[in-house]
Ligand binder design. Structure first.
Ligand code: ADP
Ligand code: MG
Length: 461
């Protein structure tokens, strides 16, 4: 018997036998590391990449813990979208085949509310759902969680990204403190640490690093003859590599504006961010960049300070930064969390001193590379993966992410997988959707209602 056999876990025999009939023999790495701790009852944060088998890890944990004779809700699994919740429920039902009479119920937005009340009246052991709808059932008293012993937050990074933080807090408030909480995530940003602090008790953290890709930033330096060459150099880099998210750092505000308009000439999708923008324009710029409906952000260091984007594909230095520390900080924004990042810096004769200082500071060798061939300038430009829709309702109208997600994924709407980040402000909200789904999303929104009233939605730019 190998250490990674499920039989090493001493699960209920029904569960164990069923696993082999499903063809699951060896545990995946995240299962091998997480399951012993889950079964021991600790709170656990597990970060592992998509497809690593996280569902089976918590699924076996909650089924092992379940007392089937007690017909009350004992486990709650929260997922960011209906599709993911359905997937998880399907996998749980497969796993539960070995245990008699386990009742699993899904509670998701975008589905009729009434029938869910009926199902809740019939009772369930395990609820799988999306935060908005679960919170609504809790608030209206149809769902009771007094007997809950296990809470699972699946794809927690996605849930926070979609703005479900407050909803999660409201749900957690209505469940017993003495419970086990498991949190699964593909990435481990600071927001996860923050929510873990609030909803978990001394969680153990399990991070499964991807085998090969260390956080690697590949640095490239390109020599330009004079300032007039710089905008074209940036365009060549962008059109060659076609990254979804790039920040171009400029030393002055004037450069940001000039460069942004030069890049628009190449049909690139770009926004300039500098200190003089009013709050609303600034918010909108950051939202559109974060939700991937704008691919290039041109910014000064000060303006970029509040920027917190986990996955920058590329950083470009329009000029070399004033000092080496700033340079390191700029390029450190790419290549986070195991993702591969690319940093490109332009320099001219007058910046040789700064280049020398960079060499000393970073202990790196700097050789000028060739810019991509001019012919890329004739290639068709590229579009960001998402479109951003703005809705004329927000926090003041009590709109929450689940409402927007629900409205978009109604029966004749779009798929949950096509919905990206949701940002809600006082009087309006933004939601990103896949470009190809944008028109359908607009039709769905204008035909439907949000919180009982019709909404106006428009595509930004
Ligand atoms: P994650 O949530 O980590 O993205 P999933 O839980 O969706 O990954 O699992 C990915 C796939 O791997 C599923 O199709 C699941 O049935 C399969 N799987 C999970 N555990 C095992 C295992 N121990 N052996 C074989 N297949 C497994
Ligand atoms: Mg999963």
């Amino acid at each position: 018997m190998s250490q990674h056999d499920f039989t090493s876990l001493s699960l209920k025999s029904g569960l164990c036998d069923n696993l082999s009939s499903l063809g699951y023999r060896q545990m995946t790495p995240v299962q091998a590391q997480a399951l012993p701790r889950i079964l021991a009852g600790v709170d656990l944060i597990a970060q592992a990449k998509t497809g690593s088998g996280k569902t089976v890890a918590f699924g076996l944990g909650l089924l092992e813990k379940l007392n089937v004779k007690q017909f009350r809700v004992q486990s709650l699994v929260l997922c960011p979208t209906r599709e993911l919740a359905d997937q998880v429920a399907r996998e749980l039902r497969k796993l539960a085949r070995g245990v008699h009479n386990v009742k699993i119920l899904t509670l998701c937005g975008g589905m009729p509310f009434g029938p869910q009340i009926g199902s809740l009246e019939h009772g369930a052991h395990i609820i799988v759902g999306t935060p908005g709808r679960v919170e609504e059932h809790l608030r209206k008293g149809y769902l009771k969680l007094d007997a809950l012993t296990m809470l699972v937050l699946d794809e927690a990074d996605r849930m926070l990204e979609m703005g479900f933080q407050a909803t999660l807090d409201a749900i957690v408030e209505k469940m017993p403190k003495a419970r086990q909480t498991l949190l699964f995530s593909a990435t481990y940003p600071d927001e996860i640490r923050a929510i873990a602090k609030r909803v978990m008790q001394q969680p153990e953290v399990l991070q499964l690093k991807e085998q090969h890709s260390k956080s690697t930033i590949s640095q490239h330096f390109f020599r330009v003859k004079d300032n007039a060459e710089r905008p074209e150099a940036v365009a060549r880099l962008l059109l060659e590599h076609r990254p979804d998210s790039t920040v171009v750092f400029c030393n002055t505000r004037r450069d940001t504006e000039e460069l942004a308009s030069a890049l628009r000439e190449y049909q690139l999708n770009v926004i300039a961010l500098h200190g003089e923008l009013d709050q609303r324009a600034r918010d909108q710029a950051l939202v559109c960049f974060a939700n991937k409906s704008v691919s290039v952000l041109v910014a000064t260091d000060v303006a970029a300070r509040g920027l917190d984007i986990a996955e920058l594909d590329m950083v470009i230095n329009y000029h070399i930064a004033r000092d080496a520390e700033v340079h390191t900080h700029r390029i450190g924004r790419t290549g986070r969390a195991g993702a591969k990042g690319m940093a490109c810096s332009l320099f001219g004769d007058r910046e040789m001193q700064k280049i020398e200082r960079l060499k000393d500071y970073g202990g790196i060798d700097i050789v000028a590379a060739e810019l991509p061939n001019k012919v890329v300038l004739n290639a068709p430009s590229y579009q960001p993966p998402m479109s951003c829709l703005q809705l004329d309702s927000g926090k003041k109208q009590k709109i929450r992410p689940g409402d927007i997600l629900g409205a978009l994924t109604r029966e004749d709407g779009i798929d949950g997988s096509e919905v990206g980040k949701i940002h809600i402000f006082d009087n309006f909200a933004y939601v990103a959707v896949r470009r190809r789904a944008a028109d359908q999303a607009l039709r769905t929104l204008s035909a439907g209602k949000l919180k009982g009233r019709s909404v106006r939605a428009r595509k930004i730019r």
